[in-house]
Design a protein. Sequence first.
Length: 120
Amino acid sequence: MTLLRASFALALGLLLGSASAGVAADTITGEVVDLACYMGHGEPEKMRGPGHRKCADMCLKKGMPIGIVTDEKQVFLVLEDHDNPKPYAQLKEKAAERVTIEGTKTSVGGNQGFVIESLK
């Protein structure tokens, strides 16, 4: 009976593993913003773009949270993949630039997040 259970668990694991392996990553495109300024200073549209680049560079280097604002004005909190931190570090150098990132969308309590896996 134990062998039967182990075989069933192995087969189920292989089935689920192969199903998730074929799932494509999510992709979003938008402007890289520092969320401390974008959400914290009352006028989000003034807290982005080339005119805000210098401040955003400074804030991101200090460790302020990184966001992506899409053309549809959706705001995503970008999250580092702890097993793959390089794309997140690269994104810190892209303040006020339009980028496309791949990864996994997530949502908790109405907050949209995006675990970055690659920067295009």
